[in-house]
Write a protein that binds this ligand. Structure first.
Ligand code: FMN
Length: 211
């Protein structure tokens, strides 16, 4: 089948886009509101951009034409933390996507512990196996106010990775990290099953592969 987005309604386009771009990593973004209320919410339109200096991006859509709390907090404070989600905390991540009022402490509501950051003002989720402290660099509106989103680009100014996940030579033990990926709707996946696909080093190896 073919889908022409110019003839489709927003929810139907969303279903196709988020159904084929899977699995998506999850940025569990924690911020402080201008009044100091802690906020945490998941964003799966998320990706790393470049490692040096490290930048990541995620996009925040609107809710009833209004900016979400995460976007507003980043606009106000300039800081946020991306917390990595594993199976132990996945349930709390899903709960934190509820539409809490801005004055509600979402750490308290989801039973999470606040850990102060080293560089940025935003709080970290203590239970997360890794945290990326970020300072916002660009906020780029995409599309219209009703259905569009803001692409939020942040520079990672401090990484935190649980000690047991750091292997020799600074490699990360992604098997033990077991980050949760988002599929469509309420479906998620784990990264507990992996396979290795060696990269071809010379063109002559290709003929062996396709035998
Ligand atoms: C796994 C998951 C991924 C999500 N990804 C996004 C996303 O990429 N963009 C977005 O605008 N909302 C996303 N949401 C919805 C937000 O988390 C939800 O609107 C939340 O209430 C926003 O909270 P906030 O107002 O505190 O920022 C996602 C929800 C879940 C459960």
């Amino acid at each position: 089948m073919k889908f022409d987005p110019s003839t489709m309604e927003h929810p139907d386009i969303y279903k196709v886009l988020s159904g084929v771009v899977v699995p998506r990593p999850i940025a569990w973004v924690s911020t402080f509101g201008p009044d100091g209320v802690p906020n945490v919410a998941p964003y799966s339109f998320f990706q790393p951009i470049t490692p040096s200096p490290p930048h990541i991006s995620f996009s925040a859509g609107s809710r009833d034409g209004q900016k979400k709390d995460t976007e507003r907090n980043i606009e106000e404070t300039g800081d946020f933390v991306v917390n990595i989600v594993n199976a132990d905390i996945a349930r709390r991540m899903a709960i934190s996507a509820l539409d809490f009022a801005p004055e509600q402490d979402e750490f308290e509501a989801t039973g999470l512990t606040i850990e102060p950051s080293d560089v940025v003002s935003a709080p970290r989720v203590a239970e997360a196996p890794a945290n990326l402290e970020c300072q916002v660099r660009q906020m780029i509106p995409i599309g219209d106010e009703r259905y569009g989103a803001t692409l939020i680009i942040g520079e990672v100014v401090q990484f935190h990775v649980r000690d047991d996940l750091v292997l020799e030579q600074g490699r990360i033990d992604f098997k033990t990290l077991d980050a949760v990926g988002r599929l469509a709707g309420d479906w998620y996946c784990s990264t507990s099953e992996q396979y290795e696909l060696p990269r071809a080093r010379y063109q002559r190896e290709l003929s062996d592969w396709f035998e």
